[in-house]
Design a protein around this ligand. Structure first.
Ligand code: CTP
Length: 195
């Protein structure tokens, strides 16, 4: 089968030297991509900026910003059987990107942020030919919020991750997740190393 897996954060540029991003390490997406490749699948890993070695035996394409990741994902859907949207895509980006480095001033600085395009939601079309797996990073009401995301983004599966503690969630080496299926089934996966 052909897998497309996204991983890591995105960077939303503010000016030539600054950006908005988040704490995603990319470990989860890389582990999923490597596991799928080891199981004999054809895997394309689309990765935001991370400090991880490129896994062997799979194709890797880098995407820095949410717009770049949106375009790369959409360009590689042909013949894909499973899309796993593990990337922590930024929800907002600066309304304008300054062409020059923004100079320091004495007064407060406000940045206007606008929503990014939701890649997962854009893939949740009724006539799609692939299984769509989304992730939900939640600090509260994990199952309720994840179920809502599954419905709103029209996924087949949502993997819900509690990011409220320091022992699971972002930047940790181990993780535990709750998997919600479209038909209402729920599977809890106990704590395990990511790779
Ligand atoms: N996602 C995406 N494009 C975005 C934002 C999120 O494809 N612009 C995807 C992520 O890859 C993940 C899922 O949407 O699979 C859920 O991301 P999450 O951050 O948990 O939820 P949000 O939709 O951003 O909602 P909120 O931040 O309000 O919880």
């Amino acid at each position: 089968m052909r897998f497309v897996v996204t991983a890591g954060p995105t960077r939303e540029p503010i000016d030539p030297v600054r950006y908005l991003s988040n704490r995603s390490s990319g470990k989860m997406g890389y582990a999923i991509a490597e596991a799928a490749a080891e199981a004999g699948h054809n895997v394309l890993l689309i990765s935001g900026p991370v400090n991880l070695a490129a896994p062997k035996s799979l194709e890797l394409i880098s995407a820095l910003s949410s717009d770049e990741m949106y375009d790369v994902v959409h360009r590689h859907l042909d013949g894909t059987d499973v899309v796993v949207m593990c990337a922590a895509v930024a929800d907002y980006k600066p309304a304008t990107v300054s062409a020059h480095k923004i100079k320091k001033q004495d007064q407060a600085l406000s940045l206007e942020l606008i929503p990014t395009r939701d890649i997962l939601a854009s893939l949740g079309k009724e006539d799609r030919q692939f299984l769509l797996v989304g992730f939900a990073a939640e600090t509260n009401d994990l199952e309720k919020n994840a179920r809502q995301k599954l419905q709103q983004k029209n996924c087949d599966i949502i993997v819900a991750n509690d990011v409220s503690t320091i022992t699971s969630g972002m930047e940790t080496d181990e993780n535990e997740v709750t998997i919600l299926l479209r038909d209402g089934e729920i599977k809890k996966i106990a704590r395990a190393p990511r790779a």
